[in-house]
Design a protein around this ligand. Structure first.
Ligand code: ATR
Length: 278
């Protein structure tokens, strides 16, 4: 039998760290198989899904800009994908192309490992209202957060998100984030503010309670200006690397049959790669 082959597809895709993660686990568990980065232009994505249906791959990961096309193109979606409106993991089951979303799982699993007890905070401030914010809000709702405040530069997008999720989710302007921060137990930056080449933090951490946990889903750089400010104030911080590592776990298990672990060695491997790219 041919070696099971999985993929990550996006456009562009050369920056993806997913091949390093999955190849590490394949090697660690001495499994047959491979995991490759496959660039696919948006116009070719539907025919790429046909290649998956025909059995060229056991499944794979989908990233920017294909997560919404993947959502529309699969035969079955898991609950998280339905709630988030995007698919990041594909696999075949009984002739059906299945799509899941493991971003919310990855976020929560990383906090479970990096900041145990994080979900006792109950009140969260989410900065940003894009695709990543959807996954975070879904994770927070699943963990029973009672008050989830979305602050976004474009308030209308925050309102769309609040209307989509309902319940404990409210929409706010980014300018109002300081007031929303004073009793927030958890802050999550889901915007690109602080990414490579961009300066500044999206929030002044002076407004946060001293018990707050500050999380940033950005992992290039590993320490964003927001996290650096939070650390200087002595707050607990969590960078975006762990979410990247943990979101990969369910896909690997589906394709290769072993549930892998996010080990300190794997973290160090990706940290070194991110540092070398800077
Ligand atoms: P993703 O799917 O990665 O979340 P996205 O959908 O493009 O990406 O969303 C990017 C988020 O970062 C948005 O909340 C965006 O704010 P707008 O909705 O106002 O565009 C936010 N963002 C990007 N650059 C920003 C900046 N310089 N200041 C504040 N917010 C910014």
């Amino acid at each position: 039998m041919a070696e099971p082959r999985a993929f990550v597809t996006g456009f562009p895709i050369s920056h993806s760290r997913s091949p390093i993660i999955h190849r590490y686990w394949l090697k660690q568990h001495a499994l047959r198989g491979n995991y490759d980065a496959v660039p696919v232009e948006p116009k070719d994505f539907a025919s790429f899904l046909d290649r998956v249906r025909k059995g060229e791959f056991v499944g794979g990961n989908v990233t920017i800009p294909h997560k919404e096309q993947a959502f529309a193109g699969v035969d079955w979606r898991d609950e998280a994908a339905e709630a988030i409106g995007a698919v990041n993991t594909l696999w075949m089951d009984g002739g059906k192309l299945c799509g899941g979303n493991t971003d919310a799982y990855g976020f929560a699993a990383d906090l479970d490992q990096s900041a145990p007890g994080w979900d006792k905070a109950r009140t969260a401030l989410v900065i940003g209202a894009g695709g990543a914010a959807r996954a975070i809000v879904h994770a927070l709702m699943a963990r029973g957060f009672a008050d989830i405040r979305i602050a976004n530069r474009t308030q209308a997008r925050a309102e769309d998100l609040a209307a989509h999720f309902g319940g404990p989710v409210t929409a706010h302007r980014l300018e109002g984030a300081a007031d929303l921060a004073t009793d927030a137990g958890l802050v999550v930056n889901t915007t690109s503010v602080g990414m490579k080449g961009e300066d500044g933090a999206p929030l002044d951490v002076a407004h946060l309670p001293s018990s707050a946990i500050v999380s940033d889903i950005v992992y290039v750089p590993l320490q964003t200006p927001l996290l650096a400010d939070a650390r200087r104030r002595g707050l607990k911080t969590v960078n975006g690397l762990g979410m990247l590592l943990h979101q990969a776990v369910p896909g690997f298990e589906r394709w290769f049959g072993v549930r892998p672990e996010v080990t300190p060695e794997l973290r160090a491997l990706i940290e070194a790669d991110v540092a070398a790219a800077r």
